[in-house]
Design a protein around this ligand. Structure first.
Ligand SMILES: C[S@@+](CC[C@H](N)C(=O)[O-])C[C@H]1O[C@@H](n2cnc3c(N)ncnc32)[C@H](O)[C@@H]1O
Length: 229
């Protein structure tokens, strides 16, 4: 039988938004790798703690360097660790917050795994993304009919997205709040925006007047949903 690595999306944080498949696999596997960045806490670890899995949980550091080569080298090492653990006969999971295919650490490692370890099977288990969980929490339909939507990081082309798309979900708002507020103002879309933070957690908050966020230090787990209302 081929060795398998399960890349599992844990959802946005509400334990009830973990899929049935994720729950089963996390209880079955022997080793769970948890990506760990030191610029924000790991929600994944908390979700796993609530689940009470008996697996060995190992941290996998994903601190980003400015050097593309250094990052690539780290991701190569992680791909090797995952593949060798699975080849060694242990059942392995790699978990991500939300969905594994959306701005997650897994998207860095996956191509290297597929390229260098074709004998190891990778099964990707989707999770509820914070994008759809955020829209649900805020009671904001994202798109309908011929609407077009974009998902962008706050550090990316926010102004262009706001001017071009009907709906824009801006992730990582804490990293560039002032720039996001300025772009909303420039495009006349401030009143279209809702800020949602820590969706699915006891600390969840939803802010309808985003101008009140100015000068606040925001939580990393926050996003802006901009729709034509
Ligand atoms: C690196 S991205 C990961 C996205 C994740 N893979 C997903 O599918 O939701 C991290 C960003 O997602 C958003 N995010 C993740 N979890 C969230 C939550 N529980 N509530 C609000 N936003 C969240 C925030 O914008 C955060 O900065």
């Amino acid at each position: 039988m081929r060795s398998t690595i399960y890349a599992i999306g844990l959802g946005p944080g509400d334990p009830e938004l973990l899929t049935v498949k994720a729950r089963r696999l996390l209880r079955e596997v022997q080793v769970i790798f948890v990506p760990n960045r030191d610029d924000h806490e790991s929600l994944a670890r908390k979700i796993l703690a609530d689940l009470g899995s008996g697996a060995e949980v190992r941290d996998m550091p994903f601190r980003m360097s400015k050097s593309r080569e250094e990052n690539l080298e780290r991701w190569r090492q992680h791909a090797q660790t995952l593949a060798e653990t699975a080849r060694g006969g242990q059942t392995v999971a790699f978990v991500t917050e939300g969905d594994p295919m959306l701005y997650s650490t897994f998207v860095h490692v996956y191509p290297l795994l597929a390229q260098s370890y074709p004998d190891v099977e990778v099964e990707i288990v989707p999770g509820v993304s914070s994008v759809t969980a955020g829209a649900a929490a805020a009671h904001v339909p994202l798109v309908e009919g011929n609407d077009r939507a974009a998902i962008v990081p706050a550090t990316g082309e926010v102004l262009h997205a706001l001017a071009t798309f009907d709906t824009i979900v801006i992730l990582k708002v804490s990293m560039a709040l002032e720039a996001v507020l300025k772009a909303l103002n420039t495009t006349g879309r401030t009143d279209d925006a809702i800020y949602v933070e820590r969706v699915g957690w006891p600390q969840q908050r939803i802010v309808h007047d985003v101008t009140t966020l100015r000068k606040q230090t925001l939580d990393y787990f926050g996003q802006m949903i901009v729709t034509r209302r």
